[in-house]
Write a protein that binds this ligand. Structure first.
Ligand SMILES: [Zn+2]
Length: 559
């Protein structure tokens, strides 16, 4: 078995790993993602594929984010007819996200390609986590929950015949982390999702490192601190400023987490918040809410024979103040469904697929959750154009926003006192829904709204979480996700720092660390070495440039 790390190397989006089992002539991928908002995005998303899609037996999909699933329709467009193994929830979310992506200008696939992909998704039967499922002769895979978003798993691939004698080593294995979440056992601070699981030992682990150089503060990991900060922002906006709280939000996972926290704030004093209108102005998020509501109800028989929630956080009963009894459990399911569908009395909301004129024109106290978390277009812009010019408005961000986006500009320049803003030539710009009309421009000098950000909603593991996923203590011993660790899915700085942390933590158990570069080609997983003669395209080009330079120098010397 061999693996090639196509991406992300030195970057954080466009996840795609290509594996080949030469003896059985089988090829497959783990994830097939789109690059988003990074250098080389267009080149990657529209590149000639390195592999022949029709030769792929299957793809293992870790989760539904576009940077992991976004190029699956391209595979189908170019001949892939194999199976996409993933969880039921990942399949549902992926179909929704890809249908939306196909409608964006410059998409590398069409809606028809997304529809053609739909029948290829397959969730293995049997237990969802920790059970080996065959996908070829002496080839198996197993899933393990990562707690990143609903449906997200790591994938372990196992090859070789099953041992006939106990203790015999006839199989080898590699685990791909996918994206790792922040909720750990006993610390589900993002309220909805059940904690990440510990993966079974593998010879190799491929681990993401998006936040491999970051350590979050205890406050950023505290649910109570986050909800309290939200309460302060809600109260100040609605009761002191008497204005609109606008929350541009990611549709998957973030909207649901924010709704849960808003629910907690509103439920703490129902009479205080009664009559405050709340709008979910994000049709996509409303559909995701439906998938989350289903997921929260899903249960599975544990090895010990008891029914356990697959995705729902263990601590949710206490968040809702319900007893840990069968009756409490039933009530919790009903309340969660109501909350996600906007029918909860304390924090009910209505779903709208167009900007709400009375909010834009009136600016009376209301909470509005919209899509387009980066404020680069879409419905949120209709609100910003008007509400940013009002002191009564608060715009609340809940995720990382690249500085080169409108959301990023707002966050960067909000520190400038209003009287000094006229000296700064910063504008927000965005296209009108009608492409024939000119671009909108909103100068910073005219913005007087409050801009806030709450950290602590991130669904991405920091260095502490990633190390905990990789190496943990059990019964006085250190356990490992993988003996050899490949660090991918991060900037070079994040990967270097994380590599050092892994080496330090794993020193006593002989963990070795590989940081793949773009020059690396295939890695032989049976022999445990990089393969010569299988250089990557970049390495081949570089070698040709060196050769040409040598020829030119030789020619110049003889001229
Ligand atoms: Zn993700």
């Amino acid at each position: 078995m061999k693996v090639r790390f196509l991406n992300p190397i030195e970057q954080v989006t466009g996840s795609c790993y290509w594996l080949q089992h030469e003896a059985q002539d089988i090829e497959f991928l783990v994830d097939c993602g789109m690059m988003q908002g990074e250098h080389g995005e267009r080149d990657w998303n529209h590149r000639p594929l390195e592999f022949v899609p029709s030769r792929l037996k299957c793809v293992f999909l870790t989760h539904a984010h576009l940077d992991h699933c976004g190029l699956l329709p391209r595979l189908v467009k170019e001949g892939f007819r194999g199976t996409v193994y993933c969880t039921r929830e990942t399949a549902e979310l992926t179909k929704l996200i890809l249908a939306d992506a196909a409608r964006q200008p410059g998409a590398p696939f069409s809606s028809a390609d997304v529809e053609a992909l739909a029948p290829l998704f397959h969730e293995p039967s049997g237990r969802l986590f920790g059970e080996l499922h065959p996908f070829g002769t002496d080839l198996f895979f197993t899933f393990c929950r990562t707690g990143h978003i609903l449906g997200a798993v790591s994938v372990q691939i196992v090859w070789g015949p099953k041992p006939t004698v106990r203790g015999q080593r006839t199989q080898r294995s590699i685990t791909f982390s996918g994206d790792v979440g922040t909720n750990a056992e006993g610390d589900e601070h993002l309220g909805l999702l059940r904690h990440r699981m510990k993966p079974a030992f593998a010879d190799y682990a491929v681990v993401e490192s998006t936040y491999g150089a970051t350590s979050r503060s205890p406050e950023q990991r505290s649910r109570a601190a986050r909800v309290e900060r939200l309460r302060q922002i809600v109260d100040r906006t609605l009761f002191e400023q008497r204005g609109v709280l606008l929350i541009p939000c990611l549709a998957v996972d973030r909207t649901q987490s924010v709704l849960l926290d808003l629910h907690e704030v509103f439920r703490s004093d129902p009479s205080r918040y009664r009559g405050i209108p709340m709008y979910l102005n994000a049709p996509m998020a409303a559909k995701v809410n439906g998938i989350y509501a289903e997921g929260m109800r899903r249960k599975e028989l544990s090895r010990k024979g008891s029914l356990k929630p697959v995705w729902r956080a263990r601590q949710l009963s206490s968040v809702f103040g319900l007893p840990d009894t069968p009756e409490g459990e039933k009530e919790l399911e009903a309340r969660l469904t109501n909350m996600l569908r906007g029918k909860s009395g304390a924090a009910g909301f209505t779903v709208h697929d167009k900007p709400i004129a009375q909010v834009i024109e009136g600016g009376a106290p209301a909470v509005v959750i919209t899509g387009s978390g980066m404020c680069e277009g879409g419905m949120v812009m209709a609100y910003l154009d008007s509400l940013l010019r009002r002191e009564s408005t608060t715009v609340l961000f809940t995720s990382f926003i690249p500085p080169a986006t409108n959301g990023g500009r707002l966050l960067l320049h909000v520190q400038i006192p209003i009287e000094d803003r006229c000296r700064v030539s910063v504008h927000l710009t965005w296209a009108d829904a009608d492409p024939k009309r000119p671009m909108h421009r909103l100068p910073l000098s005219e913005m007087v709204a409050h801009i806030e950000k709450i950290d602590g909603y991130s669904a991405h593991a920091d260095q502490h979480d990633l190390l905990d996923w990789l190496i943990w203590e059990y019964d006085g011993h250190l356990c490992l996700a993988g003996q050899t660790v490949f660090i991918t899915h991060g900037t070079n700085n994040a990967r270097r720092e994380f590599a050092q942390a892994v080496q330090t933590r794993g020193a006593t158990v002989g963990v070795s660390v590989e940081v793949p570069t773009k020059k690396h080609g295939w890695y032989d997983l049976d022999k445990g070495c990089w393969l010569e003669g299988h250089r990557s395209r970049e390495a081949e080009l570089e070698a040709r440039v060196v050769e040409l330079e040598r020829l030119l120098a030789a020619r110049a010397a003889t001229a």
